[in-house]
Design a protein around this ligand. Structure first.
Ligand code: ADP
Length: 532
């Protein structure tokens, strides 16, 4: 020590020394602390961690999770080669893959498999980087067990493949249209349009639509996409690859596809059905012409039979004698029956041919007219007739509703015979969305077994032979009501009278299909025909 050291100098140096010692202590403590932290973190990490010496390839350390993963102790792991981690048949592959990754990128990010002590294979994800540990280069690999994730992936794949099998094997064509482009199509869709599936993906969808229906389909798509209430089901013509026109029935739904709005469509090729319909329409038209001609041709001789028989009866009564007169009466009755039959047949065949006239009709007025037309027969049988006065106005084809009331009332008169006091009631019930009318008699009624049968063409119950009729009246009623979008049924038990109900919608919906028309002379004929 040179020079004089004052007390202060000494004190300063001591202080500095003490500080230095303290700093070192603190630094050592901090180091120990951080080392401890590292050790604990390493030791208790959820993922398995392995250290591998880069040069020797031997495992130099591992944590508890690693022990758990392999079901081995550290003793059994440390000091071994990396290859003991993997199933023997894949060990070479993974060893090679990992060292290549380290060489190329300095890190590993791969899926692999490890094997446990008992030979159980576990899928893992391996993330590894190179670090320095005590002067040596070490690969630190973090192994995460991905058994669960793999299982979920597998389930998802199985689920998806189930749906895609379903979609691919569907009998309906299924497609997705986004930005007016086909972005998905199943086999059936491709088959319907005659394209290969690959050729359809990316195709502008208007190419698949017949030129005359492009506006329609465009509107439908726009409405669907804007969320507007467009009918989700409609028919339009399509165009195949070889320019054939086909009829397509489609049902569309708006969906989100890859985060954006799209249209999911189901299609059915109804070309054959449409062709069959057209053929049927032609046949029906031909049949109609035939029926018109035949009935006209039949009517003429019937009228002359009636005319001459009447004259024979009137002018030659004495010559004929009693037997002769009876025969002529029978001829007249048969001719009348034939006339009714021809008219009924004609009425039935015209269903679906004549365009109907829908208008607001006072049903009470219609019923009054029907009653006055059959008044004589009601009077002859001394029937008590009750008509409700609350019959409403309805939107319907008035002439045909007349026909319905007439057929039901005539049946009630004809079949409603009652040993006691015959009674007929015409009434109305409010049926919610429907107007519900009924014609009720207190006659012999109808066994429920026959409640459907009596609406079939030409079907007549046993015992009806005595009473004039063709078995067509209720068929006509049913057709007319169906054309109005309604229903007709009977409520009856044998011996307890019969109530015939019919219901027609209150809504003013016009049935657009051309439909039921009646022979013009039908009504006149029935009301003139006093014997009915
Ligand atoms: P038609 O009166 O010309 O025989 P319908 O089709 O009108 O033909 O009736 C079919 C059958 O239903 C009738 O033959 C009759 O047996 C039975 N029927 C119809 N209305 C009644 C009724 N109100 N009471 C009992 N039976 C009836």
């Amino acid at each position: 020590m040179t020079g004089k050291s004052t007390y202060e100098e000494l004190e300063q140096r001591v202080n500095a020394l003490v500080k230095e010692a303290l700093d070192r202590k603190r630094a050592e403590a901090a180091l120990r602390e951080s080392e401890e932290l590292c050790r604990v973190t390493f030791e208790h990490a959820v993922d398995a961690i392995f250290w591998q010496d880069l040069e020797t390839g031997l495992i130099t350390n591992c944590n508890r999770a690693a022990e758990r993963l392999l079901n081995k102790t550290k003793k059994e792991i440390i000091g071994e080669d990396q290859s003991i981690l993997h199933p023997p048949d894949k060990a070479a592959y993974y060893t090679d893959l990992f060292s290549r990754r380290i060489e190329e990128r300095g890190s590993i990010d791969e899926e692999a498999e490890v094997i446990t002590k008992s030979g159980h294979v576990i899928p893992v994800h391996v993330a590894a980087t190179v670090t320095w540990v005590r002067g040596r280069r070490v690969i630190q690999g973090i192994f995460r067990d991905i058994t669960e994730r793999k299982k979920t992936d597998e389930e998802l794949r199985r689920g998806e493949s189930k749906y895609s099998t379903l979609v691919e094997n569907s009998l309906t064509g299924i497609y997705i249209d986004q930005d007016e482009t086909i972005v998905f199509a199943n086999n059936r869709f491709a088959e319907i349009y005659g394209y290969a599936k690959e050729a359809l993906i990316g195709m502008e969808s208007w190419r698949l639509v017949h030129p005359d229906d492009r506006v329609l389909t465009g509107e439908m798509r726009a409405k669907r996409l804007s969320g507007e209430n467009a009918p989700s089901e409609y028919e339009a013509r399509g165009l195949t690859k070889d320019h054939r026109t086909i009829w397509i029935q489609r049902r569309n739904t708006r969906i989100e596809f890859q985060g954006r709005p799209a249209i999911l469509g189901n299609i059915v090729d109804i070309t054959k059905q449409k062709e069959a319909e057209a053929a049927l329409r032609k046949t029906n038209e031909a049949l109609q012409d035939f029926v018109d001609v035949v009935s006209h041709d039949l009517k003429t001789p019937i009228i002359s039979i009636q005319g001459f028989s009447s004259r024979l009866f009137k002018n030659y009564q004495d010559v004929l004698g009693e037997k002769g007169r009876e025969y002529v009466q029978r001829v007249l009755a048969s001719a009348r029956r034939m006339e009714v039959l021809v008219s009924d047949l004609l009425a039935l065949s015209r269903m679906g041919q004549v365009v109907s006239k829908f208008e607001d009709v006072q049903s009470l007025e219609v019923v009054r007219k029907v009653i006055s037309a059959v008044q004589d027969r009601i009077g002859a049988k001394e029937i008590e007739l009750v008509v409700a006065d609350d019959l409403p106005d309805i939107y319907c084809d008035g002439e045909r509703i007349y026909q319905v009331f007439e057929n039901l009332l005539v049946n009630a008169v004809k079949y409603g015979d009652n040993a006691g006091q015959p009674r007929i009631e015409i009434g109305y019930r409010d049926g919610g969305a429907f107007h519900q009318f009924y014609v009720k008699d207190n006659g012999p009624g109808i066994d429920p077994k026959f409640h459907r049968k009596i609406f079939e063409m030409f079907y007549r119950l046993n015992g009806a032979e005595e009473i004039e009729g063709t078995g067509l009246g209720l068929s006509i009623v049913e057709r007319i009501i169906e054309h109005h979008g309604g229903k007709v049924w009977v409520d009856s038990e044998k011996g307890k009278g019969a109530t015939f109900y019919f219901a027609v919608p209150k809504a003013r919906v016009e049935i657009t299909a051309p439909e039921a028309g009646l022979a013009p002379d039908k009504r006149g004929l029935r009301s003139d025909d006093h014997e009915r």
